[in-house]
Design a binder for this molecule. Sequence first.
Ligand SMILES: [Zn+2]
Length: 201
Amino acid sequence: MLRIIFVAILSLSCVSCPSHRNNSFFSNKQQKIYKTSHCDPQKSFPQMVVVPFFKRATQIVPDCNTYPKHKTALAMMIFYHHWYDWFGDEDLLVKKSLEKVMIEWGLEKKTLKRGYSLKGKLKKHITVVGMTKSNSFIWVWKGYFNKISESSLMHELVHVALRAKYGHGDRDHEGSKYDGWTVDHTAMILEAKETLRSFDI
Ligand SMILES: [Zn+2]
């Protein structure tokens, strides 16, 4: 298991090759806050916890199990690794938006008056498992089996990345009303989720 993690971290750090030091998630410059910010099961919930290695990224958790900060940080690294692989990030807009994202984890799904399906169909009174509320604020249902891979975190982070790149998150996904989201984005999400599963998170 340790060897798998080591190999994975090595390959993830290809994102941060020496010639692109500004692109590194592993600077740990704010390590003091990373060490002191943690979930306390004795205190009341929800609690806000700083996500290590992502500057000002935070998460609001409904309990300490959803999710430990190292799992969220690893999931975000995996997201960026796959995003970079598929779409690049020359101007670092996506990286910068990840560094200020706030993730609110929810224990229950929500119902919306209207929303778009993945294929771009407008539907009324739909049950949703995630929402991108602003450029840097997303709400994500905890997902199945207490696994980030079975939540919509990767999906919502694509909306965040698209907002950073195009100024809007393309709410109709693969539909043609708004530009941005393509079948490649859907494929990237599936690939990233598989990586999350190989880490069992
Ligand atoms: Zn969506």
